[in-house]
Design a protein around this ligand. Structure first.
Ligand SMILES: CC(C)(COP(=O)(O)OP(=O)(O)OC[C@H]1O[C@@H](n2cnc3c(N)ncnc32)[C@H](O)[C@@H]1OP(=O)(O)O)[C@@H](O)C(=O)NCCC(=O)NCCSC(=O)CCS(=O)O
Ligand SMILES: Cc1cc2nc3c(=O)[nH]c(=O)nc-3n(C[C@H](O)[C@H](O)[C@H](O)COP(=O)(O)OP(=O)(O)OC[C@H]3O[C@@H](n4cnc5c(N)ncnc54)[C@H](O)[C@@H]3O)c2cc1C
Length: 410
């Protein structure tokens, strides 16, 4: 049964009984929590959003964010796994994929694999449209070359959805994505590079992914419904699901820290009285609860429609929740005094884990750009010569690139 209340209760029990006791050691050992993946799988939470026809539960993003919040309250790393197993790459494949692609992806995720989404490159983070990883059409397939960076799950994920700029006879066609299963015969061109030693969320590797003459058959290209020239937009439309998922992880971490703080101030005594009797802390707690409720409302609004979340609503939810989580976790630490600064205390980990969400999945600044562009109903190209290209009337990214290349420099 997959009603929202049922998911909340089952996820809460799983998180309290299984994930909470493991969270500190996952952080300190910096080890991928396979056991938690299998526990999510056995509970039907890996691939819960996959349609029933492919073996999933056919749940929507409304259900997914409830799962993610409950899991992330206990363990941010496992919360992120719940996101990538239900949103992001798997969402894009289930919406745009062929029968063969959907079956392949569903089988892997339902078996416990958290897919990796490969967009960012060393020289293209916020400016994702400037990616240089290329996919050259050769015979009945594509040859991929390039380097991806900050790939969550590098070295543990099997299914990869790799974004690349497609070329046919050296002519740019647009940005598409490709399904590649690490470790399968034919995927030798995909290798895992350096792992980043991260501040928080240490149980998931963040790595480089190298693509060296990686051959991908044509039937493993995910066809964007609006065509290759608008392919990036379609992929980002699907990615809005994961943006909201990231917000739900940040929300869960904030709630986890809030609960620790509330409990602590009821019990800690100073000046002969419980410290919750001090108004300074009462008001902090009140503000934290308001911010948490506001973030949850934005997330629920973003997932209230059918299909992928709206671009602006997703950006609003992720922006507000990520900044809220940084504030709330820091306030929770403050309310603990020195006890909060100890690595024995989960709040210390929660502060580090929360910090990521104003960066990964679109930085707070970039999300403000996205929201402002929608509010003002204008395009605000971020490149110096972007306005030249826009005024040419061209629209696709590669058309714009060619205009820019042939324009005098400003
Ligand atoms: C989109 C950006 C990369 C800005 O790039 P540009 O200024 O070059 O591009 P735009 O003209 O704004 O957009 C091109 C095209 O795509 C459409 N688009 C853009 N964003 C969205 C969206 N969110 N939803 C739907 N469509 C979108 C846009 O309308 C244009 O379409 P047309 O050509 O007009 O038809 C930049 O804003 C950006 O988002 N940068 C952040 C990159 C990012 O989020 N990377 C995430 C990597 S994965 C990750 O971090 C995982 C962490 S996690 O925990 O989830
Ligand atoms: C833990 C973690 C996990 C991640 N997982 C993945 C993943 O699985 N897959 C993946 O593809 N990527 C992943 N990323 C990468 C993430 O999407 C990028 O870090 C993010 O998009 C920002 O890119 P950047 O780090 O290169 O920063 P930059 O783009 O170099 O930005 C540096 C600073 O400049 C600001 N800035 C840049 N452009 C503008 C602008 N136009 N207006 C205003 N300010 C601007 C930014 O806000 C930021 O403050 C992950 C990142 C982290 C930290």
């Amino acid at each position: 049964m997959f009603t929202i209340e049922d998911i909340r209760q089952r996820a809460r029990s799983l998180a309290q009984d299984v994930f909470t006791p493991r969270a500190a050691s996952i952080d300190s050992a910096e080890m991928y929590p396979w056991e938690n993946c299998f526990a999510l799988r056995d509970a039907g939470f890996m691939g819960m959003t996959i349609p029933k026809a492919y073996g999933g539960a056919g749940a929507g993003y409304r259900e997914a964010v409830v799962l993610v919040e409950e899991v992330a309250k206990a363990c941010g790393v496992t919360g992120r796994i719940a996101v990538e197993a239900n949103m992001g790459a798997i969402g894009a494949i289930m919406a745009y994929g062929t029968e063969k692609q959907k079956k392949l992806a569903a089988e892997l995720v339902l078996d416990g694999d958290k897919p990796a989404i490969c967009i960012t490159e060393p020289e293209s983070g916020s400016a994702a449209t400037e990616m240089t990883t290329r996919a050259d059409k050769v015979g009945n397939g594509y040859v991929l070359n390039g380097t991806k960076h900050w790939i969550t799950g590098g070295g543990v994920s099997r299914l990869h959805l790799i974004f690349a700029r497609v070329y046919e006879d050296e002519e740019p066609q647009g940005i598409a994505s490709f399904l590649v299963v690490r470790g399968e015969p034919g995927a030798e061109g995909l290798s895992i590079g350096r792992r980043e030693p991260t501040m928080g969320l240490r149980g998931i590797p963040e790595t480089e992914v190298h693509l060296k003459d990686l051959h991908v058959p044509s039937d493993m290209m995910l066809q964007p419904p609006s065509g290759l020239r608008k392919g990036f937009g379609d992929l980002m439309t699907a990615y809005n699901g994961q943006r909201v998922g990231a917000a739900a992880v940040a929300l869960g971490i904030a709630v986890g820290a809030y609960e620790q703080a509330e409990d602590f101030i009821q019990n800690r005594e100073q000046f002969g009285r419980p410290i919750c009797e001090f108004q300074g802390l009462q008001w902090m707690l009140a503000d934290m609860s308001v911010q948490i409720s506001a973030a949850r409302a934005l997330i629920n609004e973003a997932v209230s429609g059918e299909g992928f979340p709206d671009k602006t609503k997703a950006a609003q939810a992720k922006l507000f929740t990520s900044e809220m989580a940084v504030t709330v976790t820091n306030n929770a630490l403050q309310m603990h005094g020195a006890a909060g600064y100890s690595r024995r205390n989960p709040v210390e980990r929660m502060v580090r884990d929360a910090r990521m969400f104003t960066i990964g999945g679109g930085t707070a600044q970039v999300l403000r750009n996205v929201i402002a562009s929608d509010l003002l109903n204008r395009k605000f190209p971020q490149t110096r010569d972007g306005y030249v290209a826009r005024s040419s009337g061209k629209s696709s990214i590669d058309d714009l690139r060619s205009v820019v290349e042939h324009s005098p420099k400003l």
